[in-house]
Ligand binder design. Structure first.
Ligand code: BG6
Length: 506
């Protein structure tokens, strides 16, 4: 993990490499990958020996590909650095179908040419920015075309970045892992999760393990429960055809939220080396016992939005969105109560909720501490709220500690007060898409922020039984929340049954 968006004198530029982007004519390349590479370049973090080869089916030439990328940069990255214009010959394009062996012959020729012109020293980063059905196909063809070298100590490297979704259940994720692992070694595979590129998410690890004051109370003795919310006010943004086959559990919870859970619940690693951190993270997922069907009915809630009002605008219901079946039973909201069954967390509920078209965009984690053991002031009219620590991941990046203080005056009265740290006070004005750190890390071989095969499978082991039960028992009350609200009422009941309530994001 680096802070690759900062210009730090002690961060070296990434290794020389040729980056091959499959699906280069798609949205991800234009919106995220190119703007991030542009930011890395501006910050001196790309090697001068760097080239990009786009591969896709669209009939483009090198020139028209460059023009498209330039337009994308202007649209999503703002102005273009003059250095980038000078280096536009580092961008080239290979047209071809992903399942056609000839595509890979042309790609090999292009890599050989780039090796002469840009000297990436034999290092190749393959990036699969394609729909998931091509992940296995492309990898197999790369292997067959002998474009993948085994890992060697200090020699040229070949690495593979795989976008989400990684499988749609345990079985398909295992099959995909097997397919990738016949061609690549696990140490060469970087399963990307853009949530882990967020500064505030990376900070969870540092917040917990660099400061000494939190760790002693970070356990079942002091923490009553933890709430995690990924709320989005947007709907499905024209991605109906994809989302209707996925649902929020697959789209957000199984990947992004389970990673947040790992960071919040993991044991201290012995170092910040990639494998050490990942070893501790995967143990959290192993400690979440998959639920039995009866438990799933009691500890999970799903919802789907109907028409409503978001930011003062009337918006259609999910079933009226383009690409969505008119009687769709896909969930756009889910809430789960999970237990991490280990000595640190036994009996502490972790409540996770995620939803589309909610009242606000907010990702936050609330750690609620146990109440003080004695109520010293029995006649107090205003009972103190339990202490809470809130990690606001986005959009307003902050960490807030909530506690009670005496109101000034002769009478003993309490006021809820906060201590707050705002990320913006650290003054990093560098533009960032969230992909910079991740791309830089792949190019220097730091895998800490990426999912490992066993992590993905452990996450699916928890999520798949829920999906199975939901599929076997189609919901009868969908749509069950109006767009622009905080989700279905049953999600409140989930916490109310334990005497808790969701903390509404501030
Ligand atoms: C993606 C999901 O992984 O994450 C989207 O597919 C979701 O549905 C997005 O909107 C949220 O990411 P962010 O960074 O905007 O919170």
């Amino acid at each position: 993990m680096t802070t690759a968006t900062n210009v730090e004198p002690d961060i070296r530029p990434a290794d020389p490499c040729a980056m091959v982007i499959f699906g280069a004519s798609g949205d991800l390349t234009k919106r995220k990958l190119l703007p991030s590479l542009h930011n890395l370049l501006r910050n001196g973090l790309l090697s001068p020996n760097f080239a990009i080869i786009g591969v896709a089916m669209d009939p483009l030439t090198d020139e028209s590909f460059r023009a498209r990328m330039r337009d994308g940069l202007l649209e999503f990255g703002g102005e273009i650095d003059p250095m980038v214009r000078e280096r536009s010959d580092a961008l080239s394009y290979v047209q071809g179908k992903f399942d056609d062996p000839d595509t890979y012959i042309r790609l090999r020729e292009r890599l050989q040419a780039v090796d002469k012109t840009h000297c990436p020293q034999g290092n190749t980063l393959f990036y699969l920015a394609t729909p998931p059905q091509f992940f296995g196909v492309i990898t197999t063809h790369l292997g067959a075309a002998r474009l993948v070298s085994p890992p060697t100590e200090g020699g040229p490297w070949t690495r593979l970045v795989v976008e989400k979704p990684f499988g749609r259940d345990l079985e398909s994720a295992q099959a995909l892992n097997r397919e990738l692992l016949t061609v690549f070694d696990e140490s060469q595979i970087y399963r990307i999760d853009h949530y882990l590129g967020k500064e505030t998410v990376q900070n969870i690890l540092l917040f917990r393990f660099v400061n000494s004051i939190f760790e002693p109370i970070w356990n079942r003795r002091y923490i009553e429960h933890v709430q995690m919310t990924v709320a989005e006010s947007i709907g499905i943004e024209g991605r109906g055809a994809y989302f209707d086959t996925a649902g929020i559990l697959r789209d957000i919870i199984q990947n992004h939220m389970f990673q947040l859970l790992c960071l919040m619940a993991m044991e201290p690693p012995i170092s910040f080396a990639g494998e050490e951190v990942r070893n501790e993270k995967v143990k959290v997922l192993h400690a979440v016992r998959p639920m039995e069907p009866e438990e799933i009915l009691q500890r999970t809630v799903r919802g789907q939005y109907g028409p409503g009002v978001v930011d003062g605008q009337r918006v259609p219901g999910y079933r009226q969105e383009p690409g969505v079946a008119p009687s769709s039973t896909t969930e756009t909201y889910a809430a789960l109560k999970l237990y991490v069954e280990n000595w640190r967390w036994a009996d502490v509920p972790f409540y996770l909720r995620a939803g589309k078209r909610l009242a606000a965009r907010d990702t936050e984690i609330v750690v609620q501490f146990r109440r003080a053991p004695l109520i010293l002031l029995r006649d107090l009219s205003d009972h103190p709220q339990p202490n809470r620590l809130t990690i606001h991941v986005q959009p307003d990046e902050r960490i807030t500690l909530h506690f009670a203080a005496k109101r000034p005056g002769p009478k003993v009265r309490l006021a809820p007060v906060n201590m707050a740290f705002a990320y913006k006070d650290l003054g990093d004005g560098n533009p960032s898409t969230g992909y910079e750190t991740l791309l830089y890390d792949c190019m220097v071989g730091d895998s800490m922020l990426f999912h490992r095969a066993d992590m993905v499978e452990a996450a699916w082991r928890v999520a798949t039984p829920v999906l199975d039960v939901w599929q076997a028992l189609p919901p009868r009350d969908f749509p069950n929340y109006a767009a622009g609200t905080w989700g279905p009422r049953s999600a409140n009941d989930l916490l109310a049954a334990d005497g808790h309530e969701w903390v509404t994001p501030e």
